[in-house]
Ligand binder design. Structure first.
Ligand code: XIL
Length: 364
């Protein structure tokens, strides 16, 4: 018996701390997963997700273009696997997202002849989509990003095909339809750069409008696509307390810390310029050196210490990905770089940033 027990100890890898067990009560911790994780082929990432997290988000699977690629065709298979995966592991399953200006097919906004739809017909299309997708997972998806990224940096509404086609009330309509489709599901507004006060003011205005209209909104998500210096801890803190001050929970929904140089000119650069930017900025292609590992660990530890301070305002922290092997930041804003924004490296080994987060949570 003793030998058997010893053998088992040697064979089963040391589990180490699980973030989900270290989080304060009421604050979920999760990661966005993609198809190869929800269908079980990425066993490295799956082992981490199952051990560490109690909530998952769909990195792409539930976006309009993937779940509803053609007018009369829904492709629910990947999404069904995703929801099953989360339920099987007792996780809170998040829906992302219902209304966005990206990853939404062009046909959504036009009729069979390519003419722009009237307000009424576009509203009908939005309604059908939300009713079908939210309705299918009623009672199984815990909360939905109803509208994603609707504001410009100055806090005014972003120009988009949704806004052009329906009018400024398209956001309220989306929330109305989502509540109708699943009255129990939590409903969220989600955006990036809400740490910038001007942009945040737009989201807070929306919260008030929804509340004044008697509609449901549970939380606002700051995506948390941050870098090594911005936003400052003060800016993160103001984001959390302002959102809470509007009477909803705050969440960090897509957390990752970009360690590579970024330049505004990278967006929309032509091929030649992109290659030049890549050559100049893909500086950790051979791995993240120890000094940068430590700096990243500190950045994460500082952020989590702040999250702990505001535990009563924060309902969820979700990383945008699991390991550095598959982070979207390997391809954004430039394709083909080697980024290192998450807590696990390309082999699925915990980085110093993982230990730093665990230690911060242990000290709570
Ligand atoms: C990204 C995914 O990570 C990529 O795989 C995809 O190619 C583009 O979208 N804000 C969001 C997310 O709300 O949906 C985006 O996800 C990242 C930015």
């Amino acid at each position: 018996m003793r030998i058997l027990a010893l053998l088992l100890v040697m064979l089963v890898p040391a589990a180490g701390p699980a973030l989900k067990d270290l989080m304060p009560k009421g604050m979920l911790i999760g990661a966005a997963i993609n198809k190869s994780q929800s269908d079980g082929t990425d066993t490295v990432a799956d082992a981490i997700v199952e051990q560490q997290f109690n909530t998952i988000s769909p990195e792409n699977i539930l976006k309009w273009g993937l779940v509803h690629p053609e007018p009369e065709r829904y492709d629910f298979e990947p999404a069904d696997h995703y929801v099953d995966f989360g339920q099987k592991h007792g996780m809170k399953v998040i829906g992302h997202n219902l209304v966005w200006h990206q990853q939404t097919p062009a046909w959504v906004f036009t009729d069979a002849n390519g003419q722009r739809l009237s307000r009424e017909r576009l509203l009908e299309r939005m309604h059908d989509h939300i009713k079908t997708v939210v309705g299918r997972y009623r009672g199984r998806i815990h909360g939905w990003d109803v509208v994603n990224e609707a504001f410009d940096e100055d806090g005014t509404l972003r120009k988009s095909l949704w806004r052009d086609g329906i009018g400024d009330d398209y956001l309220l309509k989306a929330f109305e339809f989502a509540r109708e489709a699943d009255p129990q599901a939590e409903l969220y507004y989600n955006d990036y750069n809400l740490w910038k006060p001007a942009k945040r003011s737009g989201a807070l205005r929306l919260v008030k409008q929804l509340k004044d209209a008697g509609l449901r909104i549970d939380a606002v998500g700051e995506q948390g696509h941050w870098n090594m210096t911005a936003p400052s801890l003060d800016e993160i803190e103001a984001t959390i307390t302002d959102i809470a001050g509007a009477g909803v929970k705050a969440m960090i929904t897509e957390l990752d810390i970009d360690v590579l140089p970024r330049d505004p000119k990278m967006f929309g650069a032509d091929l030649n310029a992109r290659q030049q930017f890549k050559a100049a900025t893909d500086i950790y292609a051979k791995g993240l050196p120890p000094e940068q590992q430590q700096a990243l660990a500190k950045r994460y530890a500082d952020a989590f210490a702040l999250f702990l301070e505001h535990r009563e305002h924060l309902s969820r922290i979700t990383f945008w990905g699991v390991t550095d092997a598959h982070t979207w930041l390997n391809n954004f804003p430039l394709p083909g770089r080697t980024n290192h924004p998450l807590l696990w490296d390309r082999q699925g080994q915990p980085k110093p940033a993982f230990a730093a987060v665990a230690k911060t949570l242990e000290g709570k």
